[in-house]
Write a protein that binds this ligand. Structure first.
Ligand SMILES: Nc1ncnc2c1ncn2[C@@H]1O[C@H](COP(=O)(O)OP(=O)(O)OP(=O)(O)O)[C@@H](O)[C@H]1O
Ligand SMILES: [Zn+2]
Length: 566
């Protein structure tokens, strides 16, 4: 029986994440994991915070905390918020863990032994006032090409030119503004990626099923030719390089972060599996584990080229990824959401505004799958009001009100015994369920939501056309049959939507007074069409979703239009 390993790109520690991070990595991975579990598959879903690197140190300083304390705090905050979004990790770890230190250092030693590490002195900008080497993007100045005064040492956003820090006119530290900068030489360690080009290229070629976005990015890097890549930094915070030279170097965050997937699995096994060595059979190359990663496009080179190269070079026999579900950007006011620039709608604010299921449903309906997509409150309200409030919510509320009113919540047993689900509708629903199942399986989230939407609409249209409220006045049996069909449809909607809107699905089962969980039934299960013997208890109309008003849209657009202030 296959087993499914799932990881979502590790959220960086420098703040509460935004809706872009949610839709570009965490949410789709969660939906896939939930779907597979619902289909009775064995799943391990691993994620955790990515904690090393300069932005973490700077964020800590900004908050007046040591980097370690800051990371502890932000890790807990992030974990809490993912729980509130019902992201169902099997384990949520940290790249700063002891296990990650050990695994990263051991991978490095293998690479070194096998001749894939070289040393080279490089020149870097050192800020005397900051007492630190400055990464290129923390050097700012005037662009020599377009005179933009806000150019960074890696790139000018004004004209798009790639730059070196020494090319800037009037360079200064982006941290303190100090101009007291010198160029210092420092010995650094490089991964010999150029030696691994062929192996990585052949491996990428074998993955023809990857999406055009994933393949396109991987092939572009390969065509340009892989360059040896620096894996060390002169920082205090990070995983120390186990070198013989008497130097204080740490790994560059890109090198240690993905190893976190492995080390977090190790911690999961130590804490939660019956056998603490269970992590090994998830990560050893074998046919029965199918590994899927979720991320947005900026992370694709790291997961298709750099990290696989590291694992191949180390000849570690660690499992390489089978499928990569990559996303484009979710845009906010025409630009990219940004944690460092505090731009966009952040997950904590989002949950204060609306329940998690609103966001989960909307973000997947608008997922940047084939191209970038834009978030607006206007669009958000349109989708929620139409799909969830007008279709799903309205249908369930009409059905429960009628069953309460005409049958005191319980359709008589003798009528249920004589009832069968209408044949024609069964064909239609089965077809939809097949599409829903396929889209879950293939992680086609926009199509998936479209099918769910059709399912909700089908119920609503059926009851509108059948008009049980009229029929019930003269023919109780015919009316009871229509409502029985509706009750079954509610169960089907709950089961089919369970991975996307888990809380709502549970509420639907609660309305039906079903004791099972909606995710305990598989999506194409024949028993979904059996009669629902319920005793609904609603005295007044049930309101599953609150409609979002034009006034709310206006206020929220205004409130979040400017940069987030804190
Ligand atoms: N606007 C976005 N749309 C979709 N996915 C995104 C977006 N921004 C970030 N992601 C993805 O979220 C995941 C976690 O990202 P990470 O925490 O590293 O933030 P980031 O890419 O540095 O974002 P930011 O620039 O906002 O800090 C990554 O897979 C990243 O590609
Ligand atoms: Zn420029």
């Amino acid at each position: 029986m296959p087993r499914f390993l799932i990881t979502s790109a590790l959220p960086y520690i420098n703040g509460i994440k935004h809706l872009g991070n949610l839709v570009g990595s965490l949410l789709p991975a969660d939906v896939y994991a939930r779907y597979l579990r619902q289909q009775q598959q064995q799943v391990l879903y691993i994620c955790g915070t990515d904690e090393h690197g300069t932005p973490a140190e700077l964020a800590a300083t900004e908050h007046g905390l040591s980097t370690e304390d800051y990371c502890n705090k932000l890790h807990d905050l992030q974990r809490d918020i993912y729980q509130r979004f019902h992201i169902s990790f099997d384990y949520f770890g940290r790249t700063s863990s002891k296990a990650n230190h050990e695994i990263t250092q051991s991978i490095y030693r293998d690479l070194e032994q096998r001749g894939f590490i070289k040393q080279k002195a490089i020149e870097q900008v050192y800020s005397i006032e900051d007492k630190r080497f400055l990464p290129d993007r923390y050097v700012e100045g005037t662009c020599p090409h377009c005179s933009d005064e806000k150019a960074r040492g890696d790139q000018c956003d004004g004209c798009g030119q790639l730059l070196e820090p020494y090319e800037l006119i009037d360079p200064h530290s982006a941290i303190t503004g100090s101009k007291d900068l010198i160029i210092k030489q420092s010995n650094h360690y490089f991964l010999c990626l150029s030696k691994l080009q062929q192996d990585v290229g052949a491996w990428v070629d074998r993955h023809k099923h990857w999406s055009p976005l994933t393949q396109g990015i991987a092939k572009k890097w390969l065509q340009e030719g892989l360059q040896d890549r620096c894996i060390s930094r002169d920082l205090n915070w990070g995983i120390p390089l186990p070198t013989d030279n008497n130097e204080k170097k740490v790994f560059y965050v890109w090198f240690d972060a993905p190893n976190g997937y492995i080390s977090m699995t190790k911690e999961w096994a130590e804490k939660h599996a019956p056998d603490s060595s269970a992590w090994k059979d998830w990560w050893t190359e074998s046919d029965d584990v199918h590994y899927t990663q979720f991320m947005a496009k900026d992370n694709v080179p790291f997961h298709t080229i750099f990290w696989p190269a590291v694992l191949m070079g180390a000849e570690s026999n660690y499992k390489l990824v089978d499928n990569i579900k990559a996303f484009n950007w979710l845009l906010y006011e025409g630009g990219k959401f940004s944690t460092s620039q505090k731009l966009g709608v952040f997950m904590d604010d989002a949950l204060e505004l609306f329940p998690a299921d609103y966001w989960r449903y909307y973000l997947l309906s608008n997922a940047p799958e084939n191209s970038d997509s834009s978030f607006t409150f206007q669009h958000f309200s349109k989708v929620i009001n139409k799909d969830l409030a007008d279709n799903l919510g309205n249908f369930v509320s009409r059905v429960s009100a009628l069953v309460s009113k005409y049958f005191s919540g319980q359709i008589p047993k003798e009528q249920l015994a004589a009832y069968t689900f209408p044949v024609e509708m069964k064909v239609q629903v089965k077809e939809l369920l097949k599409d829903i199942n396929d889209n879950y399986q293939q992680c086609n989230f926009r199509h998936l939501i479209n099918c769910l939407k059709k399912l909700y609409a089908l119920g609503n249209e059926y009851i509108t056309k059948a008009e049980p409220w009229k029929i019930l006045k003269n023919d109780e049996k015919a009316g009871a049959d229509i409502l029985s069909t509706c009750l079954i449809l509610i169960r089907i909607m709950a089961v089919a939507s369970a991975a996307v809107i888990p809380t709502t699905s549970e509420k639907l089962f609660a309305v039906l007074q079903l004791t099972q969980r909606p995710d305990a039934l598989t999506i194409q299960d024949e028993s979904l069409f059996a009669t629902v013997d319920t005793s609904i208890k609603t005295d007044k109309a049930l309101k599953l979703f609150e409609k979002i008003t034009d006034k709310q849209v206006e206020d929220l657009t205004q409130r979040f239009g400017a940069k987030k202030s804190s």
